[in-house]
Design a protein around this ligand. Structure first.
Ligand SMILES: [Zn+2]
Length: 445
Protein backbone atom coordinates (compact mmCIF):
# COMPACT_ATOMS: atom_id res chain seq x y z
CA UNK A 1 0.00 0.00 0.00
CA UNK A 2 2.81 2.36 0.94
CA UNK A 3 4.38 1.72 -2.41
CA UNK A 4 1.18 2.64 -4.20
CA UNK A 5 0.81 5.90 -2.29
CA UNK A 6 4.46 6.70 -2.81
CA UNK A 7 4.18 6.18 -6.55
CA UNK A 8 0.97 8.17 -6.59
CA UNK A 9 2.74 11.06 -4.94
CA UNK A 10 5.69 10.84 -7.20
CA UNK A 11 3.39 11.25 -10.12
CA UNK A 12 2.18 14.39 -8.37
CA UNK A 13 5.51 15.81 -9.39
CA UNK A 14 4.02 16.00 -12.85
CA UNK A 15 1.52 18.50 -11.55
CA UNK A 16 4.32 20.95 -11.15
CA UNK A 17 5.66 20.45 -14.62
CA UNK A 18 3.30 23.02 -16.02
CA UNK A 19 2.42 24.93 -12.90
CA UNK A 20 6.01 25.86 -12.24
CA UNK A 21 6.65 27.83 -15.40
CA UNK A 22 5.23 31.08 -14.04
CA UNK A 23 6.53 34.09 -12.23
CA UNK A 24 4.52 34.52 -8.97
CA UNK A 25 3.77 38.23 -8.81
CA UNK A 26 4.53 39.88 -12.12
CA UNK A 27 6.91 42.82 -12.11
CA UNK A 28 7.74 42.98 -8.40
CA UNK A 29 8.99 46.62 -8.54
CA UNK A 30 5.41 47.82 -9.11
CA UNK A 31 4.48 46.28 -5.77
CA UNK A 32 7.66 47.06 -3.88
CA UNK A 33 7.75 50.75 -4.82
CA UNK A 34 4.38 51.37 -3.15
CA UNK A 35 5.67 49.90 0.11
CA UNK A 36 9.25 51.13 0.18
CA UNK A 37 8.68 54.69 -0.99
CA UNK A 38 6.64 55.20 2.19
CA UNK A 39 9.56 54.44 4.51
CA UNK A 40 10.69 57.96 5.44
CA UNK A 41 14.28 56.98 6.26
CA UNK A 42 14.64 55.37 2.84
CA UNK A 43 12.90 58.07 0.84
CA UNK A 44 15.11 60.74 2.39
CA UNK A 45 18.40 58.83 2.15
CA UNK A 46 21.24 60.45 0.27
CA UNK A 47 22.40 59.14 -3.09
CA UNK A 48 24.73 56.17 -3.11
CA UNK A 49 27.57 55.30 -5.42
CA UNK A 50 27.07 52.55 -7.98
CA UNK A 51 29.72 49.85 -7.90
CA UNK A 52 30.47 46.81 -10.07
CA UNK A 53 30.10 43.49 -8.30
CA UNK A 54 33.74 42.71 -9.03
CA UNK A 55 34.93 45.85 -7.23
CA UNK A 56 32.67 45.19 -4.26
CA UNK A 57 33.94 41.62 -3.92
CA UNK A 58 37.59 42.49 -4.36
CA UNK A 59 37.52 45.29 -1.80
CA UNK A 60 35.89 43.06 0.81
CA UNK A 61 37.07 39.57 -0.01
CA UNK A 62 38.05 38.41 3.49
CA UNK A 63 34.91 39.76 5.19
CA UNK A 64 32.77 37.99 2.60
CA UNK A 65 34.65 34.72 3.13
CA UNK A 66 33.96 34.84 6.87
CA UNK A 67 30.31 35.85 6.51
CA UNK A 68 29.53 33.15 3.95
CA UNK A 69 31.15 30.52 6.17
CA UNK A 70 28.90 31.66 9.03
CA UNK A 71 25.88 31.52 6.76
CA UNK A 72 26.75 27.97 5.72
CA UNK A 73 26.84 26.86 9.38
CA UNK A 74 23.53 28.58 9.99
CA UNK A 75 21.91 26.94 6.96
CA UNK A 76 23.07 23.47 7.99
CA UNK A 77 21.64 23.97 11.46
CA UNK A 78 18.42 25.74 10.63
CA UNK A 79 17.14 24.59 7.25
CA UNK A 80 15.77 21.08 7.70
CA UNK A 81 16.10 19.92 4.10
CA UNK A 82 19.25 21.78 3.20
CA UNK A 83 21.83 20.32 0.82
CA UNK A 84 25.18 21.63 2.15
CA UNK A 85 27.51 23.68 -0.02
CA UNK A 86 30.25 21.40 -1.38
CA UNK A 87 33.51 22.26 0.40
CA UNK A 88 35.30 23.08 -2.86
CA UNK A 89 32.84 25.89 -3.60
CA UNK A 90 33.28 27.77 -0.32
CA UNK A 91 34.35 31.38 -0.98
CA UNK A 92 37.98 32.02 -0.05
CA UNK A 93 39.97 35.24 -0.09
CA UNK A 94 42.54 34.21 -2.69
CA UNK A 95 43.29 37.71 -3.93
CA UNK A 96 42.58 36.63 -7.51
CA UNK A 97 40.55 39.36 -9.19
CA UNK A 98 40.17 37.45 -12.46
CA UNK A 99 37.85 34.73 -11.17
CA UNK A 100 36.41 36.50 -8.12
CA UNK A 101 32.92 36.97 -9.57
CA UNK A 102 32.57 33.36 -10.67
CA UNK A 103 33.89 32.14 -7.31
CA UNK A 104 31.20 34.23 -5.63
CA UNK A 105 28.42 32.88 -7.91
CA UNK A 106 29.55 29.36 -7.14
CA UNK A 107 29.66 30.02 -3.40
CA UNK A 108 26.13 31.43 -3.31
CA UNK A 109 25.07 28.81 -5.88
CA UNK A 110 23.36 30.90 -8.53
CA UNK A 111 23.44 30.56 -12.32
CA UNK A 112 26.93 31.81 -13.28
CA UNK A 113 25.59 33.11 -16.60
CA UNK A 114 23.56 35.88 -14.94
CA UNK A 115 24.04 39.25 -16.62
CA UNK A 116 24.47 41.35 -13.45
CA UNK A 117 24.21 44.68 -15.25
CA UNK A 118 24.23 48.00 -13.43
CA UNK A 119 20.75 49.37 -14.16
CA UNK A 120 17.51 50.81 -12.82
CA UNK A 121 13.99 49.51 -13.49
CA UNK A 122 11.79 52.49 -14.32
CA UNK A 123 8.16 52.55 -13.26
CA UNK A 124 5.34 53.11 -15.76
CA UNK A 125 5.29 56.82 -16.59
CA UNK A 126 8.99 57.37 -15.82
CA UNK A 127 11.10 58.30 -18.84
CA UNK A 128 14.74 57.67 -19.72
CA UNK A 129 15.02 61.38 -20.69
CA UNK A 130 17.75 60.72 -23.21
CA UNK A 131 19.87 58.66 -20.84
CA UNK A 132 21.21 55.30 -22.08
CA UNK A 133 18.96 52.29 -21.60
CA UNK A 134 19.49 48.54 -21.38
CA UNK A 135 17.55 46.04 -23.49
CA UNK A 136 15.71 43.26 -21.61
CA UNK A 137 17.86 40.59 -23.26
CA UNK A 138 20.94 42.22 -21.71
CA UNK A 139 19.41 41.77 -18.25
CA UNK A 140 18.06 38.25 -18.26
CA UNK A 141 19.34 34.87 -19.36
CA UNK A 142 15.84 33.89 -20.51
CA UNK A 143 15.17 33.89 -24.22
CA UNK A 144 11.54 35.02 -23.97
CA UNK A 145 11.63 38.69 -22.93
CA UNK A 146 8.17 39.64 -24.23
CA UNK A 147 6.86 40.46 -20.74
CA UNK A 148 9.77 42.83 -20.09
CA UNK A 149 9.35 44.92 -23.21
CA UNK A 150 6.93 47.38 -21.63
CA UNK A 151 9.54 48.43 -19.08
CA UNK A 152 12.34 50.95 -19.58
CA UNK A 153 15.65 49.94 -17.98
CA UNK A 154 18.15 52.71 -17.41
CA UNK A 155 21.84 51.89 -17.84
CA UNK A 156 24.18 52.82 -14.95
CA UNK A 157 27.96 52.91 -14.73
CA UNK A 158 30.34 52.50 -11.84
CA UNK A 159 30.61 55.78 -9.97
CA UNK A 160 27.10 57.05 -10.84
CA UNK A 161 25.11 58.41 -7.92
CA UNK A 162 21.58 57.00 -7.48
CA UNK A 163 18.87 56.91 -4.84
CA UNK A 164 18.89 53.84 -2.58
CA UNK A 165 15.14 53.49 -3.09
CA UNK A 166 15.53 53.09 -6.85
CA UNK A 167 18.24 50.44 -6.42
CA UNK A 168 16.17 48.50 -3.90
CA UNK A 169 12.98 48.64 -5.97
CA UNK A 170 14.80 47.57 -9.16
CA UNK A 171 16.52 44.63 -7.47
CA UNK A 172 13.13 43.26 -6.40
CA UNK A 173 12.62 41.88 -9.93
CA UNK A 174 16.09 40.53 -10.58
CA UNK A 175 15.89 36.97 -9.23
CA UNK A 176 13.44 36.22 -12.06
CA UNK A 177 16.14 37.03 -14.64
CA UNK A 178 17.72 33.59 -14.57
CA UNK A 179 19.41 33.51 -11.14
CA UNK A 180 18.06 30.09 -10.27
CA UNK A 181 18.14 28.34 -13.62
CA UNK A 182 19.91 25.05 -14.19
CA UNK A 183 21.06 24.54 -10.59
CA UNK A 184 20.37 20.79 -10.51
CA UNK A 185 22.54 17.92 -11.60
CA UNK A 186 19.95 16.75 -14.16
CA UNK A 187 19.65 20.19 -15.79
CA UNK A 188 22.50 19.56 -18.20
CA UNK A 189 24.56 22.52 -17.04
CA UNK A 190 28.13 22.64 -15.78
CA UNK A 191 27.14 24.43 -12.58
CA UNK A 192 24.24 22.05 -11.91
CA UNK A 193 26.72 19.18 -11.77
CA UNK A 194 28.82 20.76 -9.00
CA UNK A 195 26.28 22.65 -6.84
CA UNK A 196 25.21 19.71 -4.69
CA UNK A 197 21.46 20.28 -4.96
CA UNK A 198 20.88 16.79 -6.41
CA UNK A 199 18.16 16.13 -8.95
CA UNK A 200 15.44 18.65 -9.55
CA UNK A 201 12.73 17.72 -7.03
CA UNK A 202 9.78 18.77 -9.19
CA UNK A 203 9.08 20.54 -12.41
CA UNK A 204 10.38 19.46 -15.76
CA UNK A 205 14.22 19.56 -15.79
CA UNK A 206 14.20 20.07 -19.55
CA UNK A 207 12.18 23.27 -19.50
CA UNK A 208 14.10 26.54 -19.56
CA UNK A 209 12.07 28.28 -16.88
CA UNK A 210 10.88 25.23 -14.94
CA UNK A 211 14.14 24.64 -13.10
CA UNK A 212 13.86 27.77 -10.96
CA UNK A 213 10.55 26.68 -9.41
CA UNK A 214 11.90 25.04 -6.22
CA UNK A 215 13.68 28.30 -5.34
CA UNK A 216 10.62 30.52 -5.80
CA UNK A 217 7.96 28.19 -4.40
CA UNK A 218 7.69 26.78 -0.90
CA UNK A 219 5.26 24.09 0.23
CA UNK A 220 5.42 24.02 4.01
CA UNK A 221 1.85 23.49 5.07
CA UNK A 222 0.55 20.39 3.30
CA UNK A 223 -0.98 17.43 5.11
CA UNK A 224 1.55 15.15 6.82
CA UNK A 225 0.76 12.26 4.50
CA UNK A 226 1.81 14.32 1.51
CA UNK A 227 5.23 15.04 3.03
CA UNK A 228 5.61 11.52 4.37
CA UNK A 229 5.43 9.96 0.96
CA UNK A 230 6.31 12.90 -1.20
CA UNK A 231 9.51 14.06 0.44
CA UNK A 232 10.50 15.86 -2.78
CA UNK A 233 7.94 18.54 -1.91
CA UNK A 234 10.13 19.61 1.02
CA UNK A 235 13.06 20.33 -1.25
CA UNK A 236 12.34 24.00 -1.74
CA UNK A 237 14.77 26.87 -1.21
CA UNK A 238 13.10 30.27 -0.77
CA UNK A 239 14.16 30.32 2.90
CA UNK A 240 17.80 29.78 1.90
CA UNK A 241 17.72 32.66 -0.56
CA UNK A 242 15.88 35.00 1.82
CA UNK A 243 18.43 34.41 4.58
CA UNK A 244 21.44 34.43 2.24
CA UNK A 245 20.64 37.85 0.78
CA UNK A 246 19.67 39.25 4.18
CA UNK A 247 23.07 38.31 5.58
CA UNK A 248 24.88 39.69 2.53
CA UNK A 249 22.91 42.93 2.73
CA UNK A 250 23.74 43.37 6.42
CA UNK A 251 27.40 42.72 5.73
CA UNK A 252 27.48 45.23 2.88
CA UNK A 253 25.97 47.89 5.16
CA UNK A 254 28.61 47.15 7.80
CA UNK A 255 31.29 47.57 5.17
CA UNK A 256 29.84 50.89 3.98
CA UNK A 257 28.95 49.32 0.62
CA UNK A 258 25.43 50.71 0.42
CA UNK A 259 24.83 50.01 -3.27
CA UNK A 260 25.29 46.26 -2.80
CA UNK A 261 23.48 46.34 0.54
CA UNK A 262 20.32 47.60 -1.20
CA UNK A 263 20.71 45.32 -4.19
CA UNK A 264 21.08 42.17 -2.04
CA UNK A 265 18.16 43.30 0.11
CA UNK A 266 15.97 43.65 -2.99
CA UNK A 267 16.87 40.11 -4.08
CA UNK A 268 15.84 38.73 -0.68
CA UNK A 269 12.57 40.68 -0.81
CA UNK A 270 11.76 39.06 -4.16
CA UNK A 271 11.68 35.56 -2.66
CA UNK A 272 9.81 36.70 0.43
CA UNK A 273 7.34 38.47 -1.88
CA UNK A 274 6.77 35.24 -3.83
CA UNK A 275 5.56 33.62 -0.60
CA UNK A 276 2.43 35.78 -0.52
CA UNK A 277 1.22 34.31 -3.83
CA UNK A 278 -1.14 31.36 -3.12
CA UNK A 279 -0.03 29.45 -6.23
CA UNK A 280 3.56 29.50 -4.93
CA UNK A 281 2.83 28.09 -1.50
CA UNK A 282 0.23 25.40 -2.21
CA UNK A 283 0.67 22.81 -4.97
CA UNK A 284 -3.01 22.61 -5.88
CA UNK A 285 -4.99 25.40 -4.20
CA UNK A 286 -8.57 24.31 -3.60
CA UNK A 287 -7.89 20.56 -4.03
CA UNK A 288 -8.09 18.41 -0.89
CA UNK A 289 -5.33 15.99 0.07
CA UNK A 290 -7.64 13.06 -0.44
CA UNK A 291 -8.64 14.24 -3.86
CA UNK A 292 -5.00 14.73 -4.85
CA UNK A 293 -4.23 11.15 -3.86
CA UNK A 294 -7.32 9.81 -5.57
CA UNK A 295 -6.57 11.61 -8.82
CA UNK A 296 -3.09 10.13 -8.84
CA UNK A 297 -4.14 6.61 -7.92
CA UNK A 298 -6.53 6.72 -10.87
CA UNK A 299 -3.71 7.94 -13.08
CA UNK A 300 -1.59 4.98 -12.00
CA UNK A 301 -4.12 2.47 -13.22
CA UNK A 302 -4.27 4.18 -16.55
CA UNK A 303 -7.09 6.66 -15.92
CA UNK A 304 -4.98 9.75 -16.27
CA UNK A 305 -7.61 12.15 -17.48
CA UNK A 306 -8.46 13.59 -14.01
CA UNK A 307 -4.80 14.24 -13.36
CA UNK A 308 -4.15 15.84 -16.71
CA UNK A 309 -7.20 18.01 -16.17
CA UNK A 310 -6.10 19.06 -12.69
CA UNK A 311 -2.67 19.99 -14.02
CA UNK A 312 -4.11 22.10 -16.81
CA UNK A 313 -6.66 23.84 -14.59
CA UNK A 314 -4.21 24.80 -11.85
CA UNK A 315 -1.85 26.15 -14.46
CA UNK A 316 -4.63 28.18 -16.07
CA UNK A 317 -5.75 29.63 -12.72
CA UNK A 318 -2.18 30.55 -11.85
CA UNK A 319 -1.84 32.37 -15.19
CA UNK A 320 -5.15 34.19 -14.71
CA UNK A 321 -4.33 35.45 -11.21
CA UNK A 322 -0.92 36.70 -12.26
CA UNK A 323 -2.08 38.29 -15.47
CA UNK A 324 -4.95 40.07 -13.77
CA UNK A 325 -2.58 41.42 -11.13
CA UNK A 326 -0.15 42.72 -13.74
CA UNK A 327 -2.74 44.31 -16.05
CA UNK A 328 -4.54 46.05 -13.20
CA UNK A 329 -1.41 47.26 -11.47
CA UNK A 330 0.13 48.66 -14.64
CA UNK A 331 -3.17 50.36 -15.48
CA UNK A 332 -3.31 51.88 -11.99
CA UNK A 333 0.18 53.34 -12.49
CA UNK A 334 -0.47 54.51 -16.05
CA UNK A 335 -3.72 56.28 -15.15
CA UNK A 336 -2.47 57.61 -11.79
CA UNK A 337 -5.37 55.87 -10.10
CA UNK A 338 -4.32 56.40 -6.50
CA UNK A 339 -7.57 54.89 -5.24
CA UNK A 340 -7.01 51.59 -7.01
CA UNK A 341 -7.56 48.80 -4.42
CA UNK A 342 -4.18 47.20 -5.16
CA UNK A 343 -2.31 50.47 -4.57
CA UNK A 344 -4.34 51.23 -1.46
CA UNK A 345 -3.60 47.75 -0.10
CA UNK A 346 0.13 48.04 -0.74
CA UNK A 347 0.16 51.34 1.12
CA UNK A 348 -1.84 49.91 4.03
CA UNK A 349 -0.09 46.87 5.43
CA UNK A 350 -1.67 44.47 7.89
CA UNK A 351 -0.39 44.71 11.47
CA UNK A 352 3.39 44.47 11.65
CA UNK A 353 4.94 41.19 12.78
CA UNK A 354 8.58 41.42 13.72
CA UNK A 355 10.86 39.49 11.37
CA UNK A 356 12.76 36.38 12.42
CA UNK A 357 14.10 33.42 10.49
CA UNK A 358 10.78 31.56 10.85
CA UNK A 359 8.88 34.42 9.25
CA UNK A 360 8.99 33.24 5.60
CA UNK A 361 7.40 29.90 6.51
CA UNK A 362 5.21 30.66 9.51
CA UNK A 363 3.95 34.11 8.60
CA UNK A 364 4.33 34.69 4.87
CA UNK A 365 3.67 31.25 3.38
CA UNK A 366 1.16 30.32 6.08
CA UNK A 367 -1.04 33.33 5.42
CA UNK A 368 -0.96 32.57 1.75
CA UNK A 369 -1.94 28.92 2.18
CA UNK A 370 -4.73 29.95 4.54
CA UNK A 371 -6.50 31.91 1.81
CA UNK A 372 -5.66 29.70 -1.16
CA UNK A 373 -9.03 27.90 -1.07
CA UNK A 374 -10.83 31.23 -0.97
CA UNK A 375 -8.79 32.59 -3.87
CA UNK A 376 -9.66 29.49 -5.87
CA UNK A 377 -13.36 30.11 -5.15
CA UNK A 378 -13.08 33.72 -6.26
CA UNK A 379 -11.58 32.63 -9.57
CA UNK A 380 -14.27 30.00 -10.08
CA UNK A 381 -17.02 32.52 -9.44
CA UNK A 382 -15.88 35.56 -11.41
CA UNK A 383 -13.63 34.42 -14.25
CA UNK A 384 -15.15 33.11 -17.52
CA UNK A 385 -15.39 29.31 -17.39
CA UNK A 386 -13.28 28.87 -20.48
CA UNK A 387 -10.24 30.35 -18.73
CA UNK A 388 -10.38 28.44 -15.46
CA UNK A 389 -12.71 25.46 -15.85
CA UNK A 390 -11.98 24.08 -19.30
CA UNK A 391 -9.05 21.66 -19.21
CA UNK A 392 -8.86 21.62 -23.00
CA UNK A 393 -8.02 25.32 -23.02
CA UNK A 394 -4.45 26.62 -22.61
CA UNK A 395 -4.75 30.00 -20.92
CA UNK A 396 -1.09 30.94 -21.19
CA UNK A 397 -0.48 32.89 -24.38
CA UNK A 398 -4.19 33.00 -25.31
CA UNK A 399 -5.99 36.07 -26.66
CA UNK A 400 -8.49 35.76 -23.78
CA UNK A 401 -5.66 36.23 -21.29
CA UNK A 402 -4.38 39.33 -23.09
CA UNK A 403 -7.78 40.94 -22.61
CA UNK A 404 -8.49 39.32 -19.27
CA UNK A 405 -10.03 42.28 -17.47
CA UNK A 406 -12.43 42.88 -20.34
CA UNK A 407 -13.50 39.25 -20.47
CA UNK A 408 -14.16 39.26 -16.72
CA UNK A 409 -16.22 42.43 -17.01
CA UNK A 410 -18.21 41.05 -19.94
CA UNK A 411 -18.82 37.84 -18.05
CA UNK A 412 -20.07 39.13 -14.68
CA UNK A 413 -20.00 42.90 -14.94
CA UNK A 414 -17.81 45.26 -12.97
CA UNK A 415 -18.38 43.30 -9.78
CA UNK A 416 -16.20 40.51 -11.20
CA UNK A 417 -13.29 42.90 -11.64
CA UNK A 418 -13.89 44.38 -8.19
CA UNK A 419 -13.94 40.98 -6.50
CA UNK A 420 -10.74 39.90 -8.22
CA UNK A 421 -9.10 43.14 -7.17
CA UNK A 422 -10.21 42.59 -3.58
CA UNK A 423 -8.76 39.06 -3.49
CA UNK A 424 -5.38 40.31 -4.68
CA UNK A 425 -5.53 43.43 -2.50
CA UNK A 426 -5.94 41.18 0.54
CA UNK A 427 -2.69 39.44 -0.43
CA UNK A 428 -0.97 42.76 -1.12
CA UNK A 429 -1.62 44.20 2.33
CA UNK A 430 0.17 41.12 3.66
CA UNK A 431 2.97 41.38 1.10
CA UNK A 432 3.40 44.99 2.16
CA UNK A 433 3.92 44.08 5.81
CA UNK A 434 6.28 41.22 4.89
CA UNK A 435 8.80 43.25 2.94
CA UNK A 436 8.62 46.17 5.38
CA UNK A 437 9.36 43.74 8.21
CA UNK A 438 12.36 42.35 6.29
CA UNK A 439 13.58 45.90 5.68
CA UNK A 440 13.28 46.73 9.39
CA UNK A 441 15.19 43.59 10.37
CA UNK A 442 18.12 44.52 8.16
CA UNK A 443 18.09 48.18 9.20
CA UNK A 444 17.63 47.66 12.92
CA UNK A 445 21.13 48.85 13.78
ZN1 LIG B 1 10.12 34.64 -8.20
Amino acid sequence: MNRIIRTALLSLAMVFTINSSLWAWSEHPLLAHQVLSRIPQLASSESIEVRELRSFLFRNEKAIELKLAELEDWSRQNLPNYDPLPEALAFKATGNKEDIVIRFYHAIRINPNVKMRLYLHLLPGEEAEGKPTVLPQELTTLSDVSEMKRTVYLALSEGDMVSPLSVLVSANDEPDYGFDLGLYEDNNTEHGKIYGFGSQPFGNPNLDYGSQAPFHMGFYHEAKIIFKFGAFLKKTYPEYRIQQYKVLSELAFELGEDYWAYRFMGWGMHYLGDMSMPYHTAPLPGTSTLKMLWINIKAMIGLSRSKDNAVQLVSNKHSVLERFQWLELRKAYETNDSLHPMLVALQNPVEMVEYNSQFPVHIAAMGSVDVSKQVNKTLLKWVPKKLIADPKFEASGSAELQELNKSIEEYKGKEGVDQMNLAIAQRFSNYSMHIASYYNAINKN
